[in-house]
Every structure is written in C-alpha cells, then in structure tokens.
Design a protein around this ligand. Structure first.
Ligand code: 3H9
Length: 708
C-alpha cells in the first residue's frame, strides 16, 4: 500500500511500517509530513495493526525540514501553515504505539518527528540533533518543547542553542532514545514495538519530571545565554532558542509551541537566517566542479608524506593524522624536525587540556606521524604535500626529487600560497599529478583548503583532493592558477587598505575594532600579527628584487625592519606580553605611522566604523570581480565560502559577495569609482564590476569567464 510517493507503507505481522523515501536525506519536503500522517491514520483504522514503526529508506532517517523551502517562504512564494505541528500532534495522539527507528541523522524536523513518536530506537552510529541555529533559525516543530521533556533543560539548551549533533549512546543516556539496536534496525524496531503493544503510548508532551523548577533552571539559562553570546557573537538564533526552551519550563505545552512559533518566525525572516541558508547551499555547491562528474575514479589515499615541518607542514601533517591517515614528515636537519614535532605535540596537548580529545587519542595521533630526515618510504605513499619556504627554485628542486621517488599515480601537491603551479609541475615528468593545496594558517585550524588547478592537473587528482578535503575536515575550493590564487589575492587589498587607513589617521585599534565588532573573527592588523608580518615582507622583497614591486604601503615593511614580526616576536602592529596573545596598542607604532604619513604628506582625518569597513571590504569585492572576470573561480558563492572559512568572515552575513549584494552593486560601484578618482590606480573598478553595475545584475548572478 503506497501512502504517497514519498512515504511507503507495509506490514510485518501486527506491526505497520512507514518508510520515508525522499532521497538524498529524506528531508520533510511537501508530501512527506502528509504521507506520514496518512500512514498513521490508515494504520490507526486497521485492526490488524497494533503498533507502528517509522523508518527512513536509504542512507538516513529524516535529516530535517527541506531547507530549500525556507527561501520560498520568506520570499512569499509559499506560506508556512500550522500544518506540520498539527501532523506531529496527530502522530503523538495515536492510540497505537509509534516507534521511530533511526539511522544516519535525525536532525531538526527529523528529531522533532521522532520525539512526537512515543518511542525511539537507533543504531549505534546514528546521530541526533537540533542544528537549526546553524541556519540562523530555531527548532520550529516543537523541538524546544519536547526535547526538554525527554532530556532535561541542560541538554535541551545545549542542543538547541549549540546545534551540535549527539551520538546515539549519549542520546540514550540523556533519555532521547529508548534503545540502541544491534544488527538490523527494522527488525530491532519491530521487536521493540511488539513489547509496547497493548500499552498506553507514552506521549512526550505529558512528561514533566525533567522540566525542573524556576530556581534550579535560572542559572542554567543565564549560563547558556552567556556562553552563546561568546560562542556566537552577534547571532540572534541561539538566544531565541534558549528563550523557547525557557518557555517550555513556564508555559503549558500548547502555549509553549505558540511561543516557539513566534520566535521561529522572527528568526526565519531575519537577514541572518537568509545569509546562513545561502552559506549552507554555497558550501555544498563549492564541491561541484562543472567538468568533473560523480563517476570519476578516485585515487585511494591511505598514506601521506609532508615535506617541511615548519608551522604549515606541521599543521598539515596534523590534519591527516587527525583523520586516521598515517603521515611521514620530512625536514632537512634534526633541530628543525625536533622543533616541528614539539610544536605538534604542544598543539595536541593544548587540545587535550581543553577537553577536545583524550590523552589516549592524542597518543594515537602522534603515533601516526613519523618524523624523518630522508625520503625513506616516500615511494610507498599515495600523496606527497610539499610545505617548504615560498621560493620557486627550492620548490622546483623538491618536485624534481620527488618525481624520481614517488610511485606512479601518487598525487604531488604543493602548499604554495602564491607561486605558479604550472612552473612547479614542469619540474616533473607527470604534471597531471601535480596540484596546489594551499592550506590557510593555522593549517590545523582553518577550514579553507584552496586547491589550485594547474593546466595539466587530471580530473582524478582534483576529485580526489576535493574528497580528501572533506575527509580531513576542510572545505576544498578549486581555483585557477594566478599569482596569490584567489584567497590571498582578495585578502591582500583588504589588508592594504587597513594600512592606508592607518596612514590617513585611523587608529590601529579602531580599525581592528570596527571589523571585529561587525563580526570578523579578528581585525586585519591583529590578523597580520598572528600570521607573521614577515611573510608578506619577504614576498614583497622577492618581488622588488625581481623588479615587480607593487609599490604598496610600507608601514609593515618598517615594522619588520625593526624586527616587529607580530606575536612571535612580542611586537608587530601591537605589543604583547610574554606568553599572552592580548594585543596592546603601542605608542611607538603610532609614532612610526605618524612620521611616515608626515613624510609622505598624507592628510590626517577621522573615520567612522562604516567607512573603515567599506574601505576594506570593497577593495576585496573589486578584486573578487576581477578574479571572476579572469575565470579563476567558478562562482561568486565560492568566494563567499572562502571568506568564511579562510578569513573569519561572519557566517550570519553570508560571505563577501552576498554581503555586497545586500548593499547593492550600483552603490558599491559608485563608491569604488569615487575612490578611484580620489586615490588613483589601486581603486580602478574591474570591468566585471562596471558591467554588473550598468546592467543592475547582482554579484551572485555574475557570470565568470570560462575557468582557466
Ligand atoms: C529544520 O528542520 C527546521 C525544523 O525545526 C522546523 C520545521 C518546520 N534540506 O551535506 P551533504 C541536501 S531545519 C534540503 O552534501 P552529507 C544537500 O543540499 C533543517 N536539502 O551530505 C545536498 O544536496 P546536493 C535541520 C538537504 O552526507 C545533499 O542533501 N536539518 C538537506 O555530508 C547531501 O548533503 C539540518 O540542518 C535539507 N535539510 O551530510 C541538516 N540536508 O547533493 C542539514 C541535506 O544537491 N544537513 N540536503 O548538493 C546536513 O547537516 C547534512 O546535509 C547531512 C548529510 C548530515 C544530513
């Protein structure tokens, strides 16, 4: 008997089975809730059925509401009726026990559906969660009301405001699940359902014993609000989620639902949620490479080698070790190798101290990293990542060496941040296996992994590197080969303008504060201090030697000449106490800036936060347009994703281009054209920007040149 195309119905003896089949993740698209309702009602009338099992077909239970529907609601294309809550209430009211059988992920509306069932069983590797806050919304189908009744206030607040998934074993302990099923899920769920036949169903709405007292709950809510303010600075949804859970402790169930609906609606229509939903789809779009199909053969990568145990090499090795992949790490001298391994150890020990993982897990990860001074074993690895100093001659020498050693079919990757990948590949006889894998600093923390497609890089190598990115917890973004690639090309002007603003009279701390308060993880000058100012300084010196100086502002050069490389030397744009990363404004720096400005005859003025923000970010928007116009990125949303995961751009603002669309392409262009008049060539509007402004086309619809 088919209830709808999306929900199938069958029977096993006295048990009615409803199977949701809405690939890929059984989202609650139109038709799914209705199918579940029809199934429960039909089984309710069927005397031969004594209990019901709800299960997901394919890879998962229900992964939540259909996120594509939200945009339709907020744009007025569809309206959200009260429907879904009523459907869940009907399921809950069923006089026959309903058991949710969970595998994969019961997320958002999926967990809410399961909680409206009377019982929940799951396989051991299932995950449950209320991740709505990650989309800028809150649970909207009574999750904030049913979850505290099952799991208590503390757990409900944690899950609804934090959004992280919970493993089956923890969910069992918390009372969200009733049983973990070993072996076949459906068989286990049927067996469980049989034990409930004839019993009055346990309805979540009627449970009150875990709701606690106002006195006991007050500190829990206060602490949660405080933690959410810190963890999700400026974000509305986590606070709204806590308000909704609090309503569960103060209002009867149905009034609690009404309060939740109000808060849900407010969040759904907020700019923050629209931005975060844009990001959700952008993060999935980025993995799609137009000329590479899903059928492409991946290269198995089970063992890796990294060349260079410096800050980057060490961080890169940690990524593989964390993902369970053994990794060789090579240095040229023992002292550097020891230093690198000590840094890795220190980083891991910090994570253990912070409770991120256990000492035993740290030991396992350390054991996966083999330090060495030779190329021993390099002939057996599937991928080699070179992470030595940024110098073409050195990189070519190394690629020439590994070309002779690496086994046929091994991926040869360079962690270059600026250099021509084709030239690096030319040092080998197998350029089709060479690719750029540009990690962002700190490599073990930042999620962006810029993959640089060389002229000869094979599709297999690209697809494999995209897959590996996911495996090691990164977001891989494929970009074209050009100086500085895409990330640094956009970040360069942003940091350049920060320096110009300082020269024009803005205080160092005020520049950083404007960006930080707006939502960036750090201000641009503090970021420089963290990454090390000497990196750019060395690159500029190399360029100058090669006669390619860009004539950029020189405050950072002056700071570097004084040995002020940033945090690592205790001084950069700021000064730092030993062992402390807190930046302190430094009058010495203010004097250097003032003297330089006087020498260059730069007039001094004051700036508002909004002027600071636009000066920095518009310069990047202009460069991003140039990148698209040259065909070095696939789409504007890839650029958004890069800003989020490489540069600490706030997720709730959707990424650089999405944010710029909010201002409007015409206004951005007019301002840039104006600055072009005022400041000269560095602000020359890109052709694409001008064309978009003239035709009124938003950035998100910009058509890049064919990728090259
Ligand atoms: C909610 O439930 C609100 C309720 O409280 C209120 C209701 C009234 N909708 O990530 P993947 C697509 S809010 C639509 O690559 P994975 C995704 O776009 C929702 N589409 O796979 C992709 O499509 P494509 C709460 C969705 O294995 C494909 O599925 N739930 C949805 O790495 C594969 O996705 C969430 O926030 C969706 N809900 O991870 C869960 N989910 O192939 C969000 C996925 O065309 N989803 N797609 O690019 C996830 O966390 C992950 O996708 C999941 C699978 C863990 C499920």
């Amino acid at each position: 008997m088919a209830m709808s195309d999306l929900v199938q119905s069958s029977k096993s003896g006295e048990i009615g089975i409803l199977t949701v089949n809405n690939p890929p993740v059984n989202a609650l698209s139109p038709g799914v809730p209705e199918g579940i309702l029809a199934g429960v009602e039909a089984f309710g009338k069927d005397d031969g059925v004594k209990a019901i099992v709800l299960i997901g077909g394919g890879r998962t239970f229900i992964a939540g509401a259909d996120i594509k529907e939200f945009g339709k609601m907020t744009s007025g294309q569809t309206r959200r009726g009260p429907g879904f809550n009523e459907i869940l209430n009907t399921v809950e009211k069923s006089s026959k026990p309903v058991v949710a059988a969970i595998h994969g992920t019961a997320f958002g509306g999926g967990l809410e559906t399961a909680m409206a069932c009377h019982y929940r069983v799951a396989v051991a590797d299932a995950l449950v969660g209320q991740p709505e806050v990650k989309l800028g919304i809150i649970p909207g189908a009574a999750g904030t009301q049913r979850l505290p009744r099952l799991a208590g206030i503390q757990k409900a607040v944690e899950m609804c405001a934090g959004g992280d998934p919970v493993k089956a074993a923890d969910a069992l302990k918390a009372g969200i699940l009733d049983q973990i099923v070993e072996g076949d899920l459906l068989a286990g769920a049927i067996a469980f359902a049989k034990t409930k036949i004839g019993q009055a169903p346990r309805r979540t709405r009627d449970l009150t014993d875990k709701l606690g007292t106002a006195e006991a709950n007050a500190p829990v809510f206060a602490a949660a609000r405080d933690a959410a303010r810190k963890r999700a600075r400026n974000v509305l949804a986590p606070q709204a989620a806590i308000d909704a859970v609090e309503a569960a402790t103060k209002l009867p169930f149905d009034q609690g639902i009404a309060r939740e609906a109000e808060l849900f609606q407010k969040c759904l229509f907020s700019d923050q949620s629209k931005s975060m939903i844009h990001v959700f789809f952008g993060e999935r779009e980025v993995a799609k490479i137009p000329d590479i199909g899903k059928d492409i053969q991946l290269i198995p990568v089970n063992k890796v080698a990294v060349i260079g145990a410096g800050t980057m090499g060490g961080g890169i090795a940690m990524n593989f070790a964390n993902a369970g992949i053994p990794v060789l790490i090579k240095e040229t001298d023992q002292a550097a190798l020891d230093r690198g391994m000590n840094t890795i150890k220190k980083n891991y020990a910090n994570s253990v101290a912070k409770g991120r993982f256990t000492q035993a897990q740290m030991d396992e990860r350390m054991a996966r990293i083999t330090p060495q001074l030779t190329y021993d074993g390099f002939d057996k690895v599937d991928m080699i990542v070179e992470a030595v100093f940024e110098g073409m001659e050195l990189k070519k020498k190394i690629f020439g060496e590994i070309d002779k050693i690496a086994k046929p079919g091994a991926i040869l990757a360079s962690n270059t941040s600026t250099l021509n990948i084709n030239e690096i590949a030319s040092a080998t006889k197998r350029p089709q296996f060479v690719i750029g894998t540009h990690f962002f600093s700190p490599a073990n923390v930042m999620r962006l992994l810029e993959l640089v497609r060389g002229a000869a890089t094979s599709k297999e190598v690209i697809a494999t590197c995209m897959a590996i990115s996911k495996k090691i917890g990164k977001i891989g973004v494929l970009v074209g080969n050009c100086w500085g690639f895409v990330g640094n090309r956009m970040f360069g002007p942003y940091r350049r303008e920060a320096q110009y603003l300082a020269l024009e009279g803005a205080k160092v701390a005020d520049i950083d504060k404007a960006l930080y308060e707006w939502g960036m993880a750090m201000g641009p000058l503090a970021t420089g201090d963290l990454a090390g100012l000497d990196v750019g300084w060395r690159i500029r010196k190399e360029l100058a030697l090669a006669g390619k100086s860009t004539g950029e502002p020189t405050v950072e050069d002056l700071l570097c000449e004084l040995g002020r490389y940033g945090q690592k030397t205790g001084a950069g744009w700021y000064k730092y106490e030993k062992g402390d990363r807190t930046p302190h404004p430094d009058p010495e720096v203010a004097k250097i800036i003032k003297d330089t400005a006087a020498e260059l005859g730069v007039p001094q003025k004051t700036f508002t936060d909004s002027e600071i923000l636009r000066r920095l970010l518009f310069s990047s928007v202009n460069e991003a347009c140039r990148i698209l116009e040259e065909g070095k990125a696939y789409r504007a949303s890839d650029i958004d994703v890069m800003w989020l995961h490489g540069f600490g751009f706030p997720r709730y603002r959707g990424g650089l281009m999405y944010w710029a669309d909010g201002i409007g392409v015409k206004e951005v262009y007019a301002q840039i054209a104006n600055w072009h008049q005022q400041y000269g060539a560095r602000w020359a509007p890109s052709r694409l920007l001008r064309e978009l402004a003239e035709s009124g086309t938003p950035f998100r619809e910009a058509k890049p040149a064919p990728f090259n």
